[in-house]
Design a protein around this ligand. Sequence first.
Ligand code: NAP
Length: 417
Amino acid sequence: MNIFGKQGEALGQTAKQFVSVLGSTGSIGQSTLEVLSLHPERFHLFAVSANTRADLLLSQCEQWQPEYAVLRSKEKAEWFEQSLREKGLQTQLLVGSEGLDFIAGHESVDIVMAAIVGAAGLQSTLSAVDAGKKVLLANKESLVMAGALFMHAVEQSAAVLLPIDSEHNAIFQCLPSNDSQLGAEQNLLRSGIRKILLTGSGGPFRTLPLNQFASVTPEQACTHPNWSMGKKISVDSATMMNKGLELIEACWLFNCSPSDIEIVVHPQSVIHSMVEYNDGSVLAQMGQPDMRTPIAHALAWPARVESGVDSLNWSQMSGLTFESPDEHRFPALRLAREAAEAGGNAPIVLNAANEVAVEAFLQTLIPFTAIIEVVQHTLEKIPFEEPMTLDAIQAIDFQTRDVANACCQTFQQLSSS
Ligand SMILES: NC(=O)c1ccc[n+]([C@@H]2O[C@H](COP(=O)([O-])OP(=O)(O)OC[C@H]3O[C@@H](n4cnc5c(N)ncnc54)[C@H](OP(=O)(O)O)[C@@H]3O)[C@@H](O)[C@H]2O)c1
C-alpha cells in the first residue's frame, strides 16, 4: 500500500488523510465511502462501523480492507470474526461502544465522519472531538442533546468541526471566508449578518390534506420527494421535526438564537440554505439534493474535490418557490423552537421522545400523528433542569425514553380499545 501517513507529511510528501466512518453502513456512511472511492490518493479508509448490519459491514471490509471494523451489537460478532478470517482479511474486529471510541480517537486518524443516527452517536462523536480530529458532523442529535458541552469540548480541543447536514454545510459555505471556526468564535453581528435562512423541502406531506395524516404508513413517510435517507431522518422530515432539530443544531454551530433563524420552505431542494447580510445581500448555496456534495466539501475542506454529483440542469429547472412553514400542520417546528428557547434539558427530552415515538411509528405501534403528541406529552411530564455533565445528559435521555415508551403504550391501548 502506498500510504504516506504522518511521517510522509513530515518529509513534505502529500499525506493521505486517514478516515474513520462511524455508521459506515448507513445512508451518509455509504455516500461517504462513494466519495472516498473517487480519491484513493487523498484518503485512506482506516475504520468502519455498524450497529447490526454485519453482512454489509463485511462487504465494506472486503472492498476497503480497513484496519478496524466495529460492530456495536455483539450479536453477530462471532460470525463476523470468522468471516474475516475465512476471507483472509487483516481487518481487526472491535465490539461495543468502546470500539467506537477507539476508532474515533485513534492517533492515526485525521478525519472522523460522525454518521451514527440518534443519541447513540453522541459518545463516539465526543471522543473524536476530544482527540482533536477533523470531525464531520452528520449526527445532529449530538448537538441537540449536548450542545453546550459539545461546543465547549470543540473549543478546548484542537478539533475542527464541519457540518454535514446540507443546510448547515450550505450556511457554512455562505459565511465570510475567514469565519471558519464554528461555535463561540462565530459572531453574526460582527460578520454583518442579518439572519440565517434555513431552508427545507417541507417533506412528503407538505400538501397532504390534514385529515389523511392519521393513516400515513411508514413506507409513505420514508419516501422523501427529493432526498434518499435513513428511516429515522426520513420520518423526521415528514413530521418536520428534522427542521426543528436543525434549528437547534444551527443555534449551536453558528452561536445564535432561534430568532436569528428563519425557516423557509423550498420544495425543490435546489437552494440548501442562505445567509442574509446587513446590506440586503443574500448568499445561497445551491446544488443537486445529494449528500455527496456536503460530504466532499467537508472531507477536502478548505480544498474542493470531485463528489460524483451532477451539475444542476438550469434549462430543465421549472422554477424555485418559497413559502413559510405551516406550524399548525407541523407542530414539531413549534415544539423544537420552544425547546431551543427553553434550553436546559428541553432539547434532550425533545430528541429522546422523538426517537422513541419514531421507532414506535416505524413498527406500526402508533399512528403518524401520535409521534408529535408523544413528544409533547413527554415534554410536559419531565420537569426542567440544567444538566452540566455527560452523565446527567445521558440520565435525562434514559428517563425520557421510559416516559415516552409509556406514552406510546397508552396510545396503543387507546387504539386497541
Ligand atoms: N441521510 C441523510 O441524507 C442525512 C442528511 C443529513 C443529516 N443526516 C444525519 O446523519 C445521521 C445518519 O443518518 P442516516 O440517514 O445515514 O442514518 P441510517 O441510514 O439509519 O444509518 C445509521 C448508521 O448508524 C448505525 N447505528 C444505528 N444505531 C446505532 C447504535 N445504537 N450504535 C452504533 N451505530 C448505530 C447504523 O448501523 P446499522 O446499519 O447496522 O443499523 C448505520 O451505520 C443522522 O443523525 C441524520 O440525522 C442524514
